[in-house]
Ligand binder design. Structure first.
Ligand SMILES: Cc1cc2nc3c(=O)[nH]c(=O)nc-3n(C[C@H](O)[C@H](O)[C@H](O)COP(=O)(O)OP(=O)(O)OC[C@H]3O[C@@H](n4cnc5c(N)ncnc54)[C@H](O)[C@@H]3O)c2cc1C
Length: 421
């Protein structure tokens, strides 16, 4: 029943971050395996926008065309207060980048494209392969992988149950942990994942409408809350309303792999009536139909940052290392860069010492980047009225800005903010 496997690099998790690592390793001709316990990619839009720098990354991976073909481009983000007064604007068209816009594309569509284009490179995620018992050793990482199947069971009422069909014992030189916020690999490495700020509960609605939709992403900031509007193209939009603490269950961040969430369909807090009430209260500028809701969810977003990005032979990228507030789509976008960077650092014919040296630099770079993105040292400053208002609402704004990488400084400048040296 047992099967022994050896591989240079194991990538755990075929979300957007693990898939990006796999693309990079495939391009470099490395020996790797990509494992995921689910049976397919996501089926919901979750994190739905790509930053200009992420588009450049996808360009270097040779997969920009299908992304742009399926994405809706937006050139502006705005920040409003709760009296509906515009407080700040980000104009992506002004940035000195190859792709001066946000590409709005459902995470499900993005993952589908990443899977299909990976297949063109001759690689496939091993779906229904669940890792467990991850054990770091001085010269390798050992772990068990269950290959899962679904079997029909039950007498009076038949239902599907997950069964283990085969067990593999893996040995890898390195493990890229892209296994999401509840990362088993992170725990096996003994890395701490503290909560660094208050969690936020959201009611999310995606619907088709006859309204003339704004062509910008908009944040509506009020004391202790940030509501978010995204145009999705084709007469669709998403509103995410921040609710009182306790609104959503902690488990709501688990990815739902069924098309229809029956509980959400019938939750009064997610009813069409409640949506209309929220629109009237927080987005009175929205005028149009809202009854054709395609997806509704209550989500509990936490804010975490790992105390290090890896140890010895287990290295983290994406949600396994951080969780940020939803408007900025930081965790996924920055996570995809981390995955590509991490994979590249492992692509070398040099000795293990050289790899270890490069990996330690990865840790330092990533910690520095996240301290900057979340402004953990309060380096962001500004002196005029726009800056003063944004800094007064720093908790709602920082980490929610849809920008990363080289563009961040220019975007902060557009917001009348700057980073102190
Ligand atoms: C309802 C919801 C709404 C969201 N909305 C937003 C939003 O508006 N803005 C935003 O920025 N973010 C949002 N997110 C978060 C966003 O989806 C994540 O930031 C993104 O998915 C992170 O990508 P990742 O590849 O790091 O992790 P994931 O996408 O979580 O991928 C991890 C993968 O690892 C696999 N895995 C885990 N453990 C194992 C194991 N032991 N063995 C094998 N495979 C394993 C999982 O099956 C999964 O496919 C939302 C998430 C949810 C659930």
């Amino acid at each position: 029943m047992f099967n022994h496997k050896s591989v240079d690099i194991a990538v755990l998790g075929a979300g957007p971050v693990g898939l990006t690592a796999a693309h990079t390793l495939a391009d470099e001709g490395m020996d790797f395996v990509l494992l995921d316990r689910e049976k397919r990619a996501n089926i919901h839009s979750y994190a739905l926008a790509l930053h200009p720098e992420t588009l450049e990354l996808l360009d270097t991976l040779g997969i920009i065309d299908p992304i742009l073909k399926n994405a809706h481009r937006i050139r502006r983000s705005t920040i409003f207060d709760n009296t509906q007064k515009q407080r700040a604007v980000i104009d992506y068209g002004e940035l000195p980048v190859k792709y001066p816009f946000l590409a709005v594309i459902g995470q499900n569509e993005l993952e589908d494209i990443l899977v299909k284009t990976l297949a063109d490179k001759g690689h496939h995620p091993l779906w229904r392969h669940r890792a467990r018992c991850i054990e770091p050793n001085p010269d390798h990482v050992a772990f068990t992988v269950d290959r899962l199947t679904e079997g029909m069971t039950g007498y009076a009422v038949a239902h599907m149950e997950t069964e283990i069909d085969k067990i593999f014992e893996y040995k890898a030189n390195y493990l890229i942990a892209a296994d999401g916020y509840n990362s088993m690999a992170r725990r096996a490495a003994g890395i701490i994942y503290p909560e660094i700020a208050r969690s936020m509960d959201y009611a999310i609605f995606e619907f088709e409408t006859n309204a003339r939709l704004l062509t910008e992403m908009r944040m509506i900031v009020e004391t202790n809350k940030t509501h978010i509007y995204w145009p999705l193209g084709d007469g669709r939009c998403r509103f995410s309303f921040q609710m009182k603490p306790g609104f959503a269950k902690h488990s709501s961040f688990n990815k739902d792999h069924e098309l229809m969430d029956h509980k959400a369909q019938h939750a009064p807090e997610l009813s069409n009536m409640h949506l209309d009430h929220l629109l009237e209260k927080h987005a009175p500028w929205f005028v149009g139909s809202s009854s054709d809701v395609k997806w509704r969810a209550m989500v509990h977003f936490e804010k975490h940052l790992a105390d290090q990005f890896g140890k010895d032979r287990i290295w983290l990228a994406g949600d396994a290392a951080h969780m940020a507030p939803p408007a900025g789509i930081l965790s996924m976008n920055v996570g995809m860069h981390e995955a590509a960077d991490l994979a590249k650092r492992l692509c070398t014919d040099d000795s293990d010492d050289v790899r270890q040296f490069r990996l330690h630099a990865y840790n330092a770079d990533r910690m520095g980047e996240w301290q900057r993105l979340l402004d953990m040292n309060h380096h962001v400053i500004g002196h005029d009225a726009t800056a003063a208002w944004l800094l007064e609402h720093r908790e709602n704004v920082i980490g929610n800005i849809p920008a990363s990488g080289e563009s961040l400084a220019a975007v902060l400048k557009q917001l009348h903010l700057t980073e102190a040296a």
